[in-house]
Ligand binder design. Structure first.
Ligand code: BG6
Length: 474
């Protein structure tokens, strides 16, 4: 086995992190529009609406909304076969609960997809990438409310109908499993629009919201396949393998439990039902979840075609004194002494990608699509006016090598690779501009200053050659 001839090399972004124009052509406010800029170690603030004198980096982002033609031309120059982005829900349904979609929003994605297709670049589309309408948060409590299933399904249906001849590859919810880190305000807010109240059982609320999203996802898959049976619709999981810290059987068991708890979403989206370990867990915790018979039927009817996943880093876990059937993502993870970390503390582990691909393929036997991978790093414009980003090339090269070995030597079916942020954009986690992933530099700093001018980094030519040689020249 080697890389397919039609291997989907490309790059991945999300609407809110690059489009800007947050209130143009009828767009509504999304959850990303009410998050300020943080830094490493300082969380982004979630504000109650847009407040004066706060810095909201997604409002302008990198102005892709107006600049998309130039940017897509650069992606074409890189040789992209595909381009993963999302459709900003609030461009299509500004509040989220309207009867009719916003035509101007739909037209923007017509223009963008046509521009990609003109160059033979396939759009790969995420429907909900951390940008649900803020109005749904305020009026309905986000995905703690069952009504959001219908709102999402309506949004998905409108997009499927409108772009059925332009888009083949879809994903429903970006990194749907990130919210298992329910101790963080950020994860559940961005995924599900949940704002926790004092004293609430956060974990139970997260599992309820996640259930509604899983139902919404399955219903969308089912409808999508009715609209166009050739659609390929995937899930999108944030895959950070959680290694046992040692060969102590207790650490091994802790790792197994943590992997189950973090990744059960995939089990449901692929197999169409809750795994027993989750049902037992809900029972043990005495969670009273609203899961109906109809929901369970829908889960079965809307299983996915492929596994989209992001891979940036691996975690490791040490068993604690408490029962090893518990897992608390905020407290139980420990530093892995065998791997280095990025400036933001993300553990760099290329072999972990091969491990992850094997883990996923063994578990599901479905094609894999690596829809995010990359290194967030500080870049410096050198005296010659260029950015010599060897660290980025080193990171990507080692991960691509691991991916190719996995395909060629382990026989894992992988259809594509779209590294995160081929053009510098706003960081989702911190709101910074200077946590950069791009092959294309954008002149803008954390304070929002800069000309927004695009220029090529050294990694641009490197990645171009990787694509043109179909992974042979690394
Ligand atoms: C993933 C998200 O979690 O990681 C992206 O899908 C995000 O939206 C990417 O940008 C990198 O994270 P960050 O925090 O460095 O932007």
């Amino acid at each position: 086995m080697s890389l397919r001839k039609d291997f989907l090399w490309g790059g991945a972004v999300a609407a809110h992190q690059l489009e800007g124009s947050y209130n143009v052509d009828g767009k509504g406010i999304s959850v990303a529009d009410v998050m300020t800029a943080g830094t490493h170690g300082v969380e982004r603030e979630i504000t109650d609406g847009i407040l004066p004198n706060k810095n909201y980096p997604n409002h302008e982002a990198i102005h892709f909304y107006d600049n998309y033609k130039e940017d897509v031309r650069l992606f074409h120059e890189l040789g992209f076969k595909c381009f993963r982005t999302s459709i900003a829900w609030t461009r299509i349904f500004p509040q989220g609960d309207e009867d009719e979609p916003n035509e101007l929003g739909l037209q923007f994605y017509d223009r963008l997809f046509d521009e990609c297709i003109k160059y033979g670049i396939k759009p790969v589309i995420t429907l909900s990438h951390f940008e649900m309408p803020f109005y749904l948060v305020k009026k309905y409590g986000g995905f703690r409310n069952r009504k959001c299933i219908d709102f999402f399904v309506k949004f998905a249906t409108v997009c499927f109908e409108r772009y059925k001849n332009k888009v083949e590859y879809w994903m429903t919810f970006n990194e749907i499993n990130n919210q298992t880190n329910y101790q963080s305000d950020f994860a559940t807010f961005t995924n599900s629009g949940i704002v926790y109240q004092e004293g609430e059982d956060r974990e139970q609320i997260m599992y309820q919201a996640a259930h509604y999203e899983l139902v919404a996802s399955a219903e969308a898959v089912k409808i999508g396949k009715e609209i166009n049976p050739n659609f390929k619709i995937g899930c999108m999981l944030a895959l950070c393998p959680i290694y046992p810290f040692s060969c102590n059987p207790k650490d091994m068991m802790a790792s197994t439990v943590a992997m189950q708890r973090r990744n059960y979403f995939g089990d449901i989206q692929v197999r169409g039902k809750y795994p027993n370990f989750m049902l037992k867990y809900f029972e043990r915790k005495n969670f009273k979840l609203d899961i109906t018979k109809e929901d369970l039927d829908i889960l079965q009817q809307g299983t996915v075609d492929y596994i989209g996943f992001s891979y940036y880093m691996s975690f490791s876990i040490k068993a604690s004194d408490k029962t090893n059937l518990e897992y608390n993502e905020a407290n139980d993870l420990v530093k892995n002494p065998y791997v280095p970390a990025s400036d933001w503390g993300w553990q760099i582990d290329p072999l972990g990608l091969r491990y992850t691909m094997n883990w996923l393929f063994d578990r599901y036997q479905l094609p894999l699509f690596i829809v995010e991978n990359g290194l967030g790093a500080f870049d410096k414009v050198e005296a010659d006016g260029k950015i010599h980003d060897t660290y980025r090339v080193d990171y990507l090269r080692s991960h691509i090598e691991a991916m190719i070995a996995c395909i060629e030597e382990d026989g894992v079916d992988c259809i594509g690779y779209t590294p995160w942020g081929p053009i510098d954009l706003v960081s989702a986690g911190t709101g910074e501009m200077e946590k950069r992933y791009g092959f294309i530099h954008v002149d803008k700093n954390n304070k929002g200053e800069g000309t927004l001018k695009r220029s090529k980094k050294d990694s641009f030519d490197w990645y171009k050659e990787v694509i043109s040689s179909n992974g042979k020249k690394l």
